[in-house]
Design a protein around this ligand. Structure first.
Ligand SMILES: Cc1ncc(COP(=O)(O)O)c(C=O)c1O
Length: 477
């Protein structure tokens, strides 16, 4: 790119601006592709060294450096040390590679930079989100009264659900309008029940809701890391009898470490007994709905709301999540009108302003990624991808269960396997660090007080041969 074309700012219909746009995007594309020299996940650089190199970068020069030189610095100092999520050597977290077409979708999303707050900030984006939500509600078994909204991730979906269902509970039980009046005087009695190994977003949410962590009651899990529903019933009954207000129980459909799945059917019965709401945190396990193993996640339509993350099993780029609600009025918790943004008369004339359903105001058009990947791959394509992840986990578990060098406490239901190499905590920690320095990134967690290793197998490119190779590497580490 010439110095002259460094004068470009934004896209327009002019041939010159289009050429500048193409040049920037294509040179970026080349830089990305050129940076991929092997199949490792990470360069293995020491964190202090990387910090020093990135710390030394010129940040805001008096005179701009121009595109070529800026891209050069990115090529030299940043791209080589980016984590390559598509690598078959990357498996520590619920953090997936992005399907190729969804990266193209990101280009469309960023180029047009639509915002989901009002129809006039994203006409097609608003309609595609509305369409996606309707289809997703049907996919998860919700009826016509349902609705939903895209969010930045599972945390925001879980917290939004907690807020909205808390308000619904206070309204239904006490005729209390929390949106207007805030918390009632006896708000300290409100209780949210969740698995002891559920995601910490429920505690973060309780803090933000003014209830505090103490309002979150951790339910014990059984030997497969699922909520022990008999004990859950006892605990909630005791609290109820003591005059507390149990308002919400959450089912984790795929816990972060083990991918264990709470029994949504039993939890629904418990919720109904005490007039509580039930939320399904299916941030992880929702992907299984498109697999041959969909029965494992249970009937999520029994829940009053569902968190679905597309940036986990569905392999879409961050961010992509949705909160689905069985009763559309649940999302009224977020409805508020501003004269400059979402006038009431707009809605009457067919201009939908989605800001009234979400915690965020400015919001990305993430639904487009879902449309593009779902349309392109269809149920068949996704089934293959998600089946591969689940079957790879079963394969890995099978292999290490029969290998005396390993401990593998629980058979996977989804795509994660927690395990350890016999020999103690320090040995396992060392193995993970050693692999990291070789560009192989695996997970580490704690189970029953012991340091464990973890594979989160989301990558459909991973084969049994890769898994065998990794087992050997770990065993010889
Ligand atoms: C079970 C579960 N729920 C919620 C979340 C939060 O999702 P996000 O990271 O998209 O906020 C996670 C993240 O891993 C998770 O494992």
């Amino acid at each position: 790119m010439t110095a002259k074309s460094d004068n470009f700012t934004v896209l327009s219909s002019s041939a010159e601006d289009k050429a500048a746009f193409r040049a920037v995007i294509l040179s970026t594309l080349d830089a990305i592709l050129d940076s991929i020299k092997d199949d490792s996940a990470f360069s293995g650089i020491d964190p202090y060294k990387l910090r020093e190199r990135i710390g030394a970068l010129e940040f805001l020069p008096e005179t701009g450096d121009g595109w070529d030189s800026t891209l050069e610095s990115v090529k030299r100092e940043i791209l080589p040390h980016m984590l390559r999520t598509w690598s078959t050597s990357y498996m520590p977290h619920l953090h997936s590679p992005a399907l190729v077409e969804s990266i193209a979708a990101e280009l469309i999303i960023s180029t047009f930079n639509s915002s989901m707050d009002s129809w006039d900030q994203g006409p097609a984006a608003t309609e595609i989100e509305t369409k996606c939500i309707k289809e997703l509600c049907a996919l998860f078994g919700y009826g016509k009264e349902s609705d939903g909204v895209f969010t930045s991730g599972g945390s925001q979906s879980n917290i939004s659900a907690s807020v909205a269902l808390r308000d619904a509970y206070l309204s239904k039980r006490f005729g209390w309008d929390a949106k207007k009046k805030g918390l009632p005087e006896d708000a300290r009695k409100l209780r949210l029940y969740t698995s002891e190994i559920s995601h910490f977003s429920f505690e973060k949410g309780a803090h933000m809701m003014g209830l505090g962590y103490d309002a979150v009651v951790k339910l014990p899990v059984d030997d497969k890391e699922r909520i022990d529903t008999a004990k859950a019933l006892e605990i909630i009954q005791r609290d109820y009898d003591e005059g507390l207000y149990p308002f919400l129980v959450t089912a984790t459909i795929g816990t972060t470490d083990f991918g264990s799945i709470d029994n949504v059917f039993e939890l629904r019965k418990i919720a109904d007994r005490f007039g509580m709401y039930l939320h399904a945190d299916a941030a992880y396990g929702s992907g299984a709905i498109l697999s041959s193993y969909k029965d494992r996640i249970g009937d999520l339509s029994l829940a009053d709301s569902i968190t679905v993350d597309f940036h986990k099993m569905f392999l879409l780029p961050i961010s992509a999540s949705a909160l689905l609600v069985k009763d559309s009025s649940t999302l009224d918790a977020f409805q508020l009108h501003a004269d400059y943004l979402n006038r009431e008369e707009d809605e009457e004339d067919g201009y939908i302003n989605l800001v009234g359903k979400s915690m965020q105001t400015t919001r990305r058009a993430d639904a487009l990624k879902v449309y593009i990947s779902f349309r392109m791959r269809g149920k068949d394509g996704y089934r293959k991808i998600i089946d591969t992840a689940i079957e790879n986990a079963a394969y890995f578990y099978g292999k290490i269960s029969e290998n005396p060098a390993f401990i593998a406490p629980i058979a996977p239901e989804l795509s994660s396997v927690v395990f350890a190499v016999k020999g103690g905590d320090e040995k396992n920690k060392k193995i993970r660090r050693k692999l990291l320095s070789e560009g192989i990134v695996i997970g580490q967690t704690v189970f029953n007080g012991r340091t464990m290793l973890k594979f989160t197998l989301l990558n459909p490119a991973l084969t049994h041969a890769h898994i065998d190779e990794l087992i050997e590497k770990i065993q010889n580490s």
